[in-house]
Write a protein of this length. Structure first.
Length: 119
């Protein structure tokens, strides 16, 4: 298993630049979002998108429910796993996966995002 820091711990008030993960030869992908502090009523949504080389476009694999409170969310992509709405998708992992944390407002939320590639 390989572990990658997608977004280091920081207080954020706006959508950060998307991060593209190299998932070649990965049998599964686990993304952990750990929100540790909030101010007012923040909202941030994580999307995991695969990349299609032929068209040059991203396609959505999983969109998580909004993070609005101090919490830890675990998102999973792997063939044969139990599907859970907004948390787990039973599918193959594309060679490239984009992680995007879209902020709904300018309220501060402190979080980390890590990725675990299952080889």
């Amino acid at each position: 298993m390989a572990e990658v820091t997608v977004y280091a711990s920081a207080a954020r008030t706006a959508t950060p630049t998307a991060v593209v993960l190299n998932c070649q030869r990965a049998r599964g992908l686990v993304v952990v979002i750990d929100a540790t502090a909030i101010t007012a009523t923040p909202s941030v949504v994580c999307t995991l998108d695969g990349f299609d080389v032929l068209s040059g476009k991203y396609f959505n694999i999983l969109t998580a429910a909004a993070v609005t409170a101090v919490s830890t969310k675990v998102l999973k992509i792997a063939a044969g796993i139990t599907v859970a709405a907004n948390l787990a998708v039973a599918d193959v992992v594309p060679e490239s996966v984009r992680v995007l944390m879209t902020h709904g407002d300018a309220d501060s939320i402190t979080y980390t995002v890590s990725a675990h590639l299952l080889r």
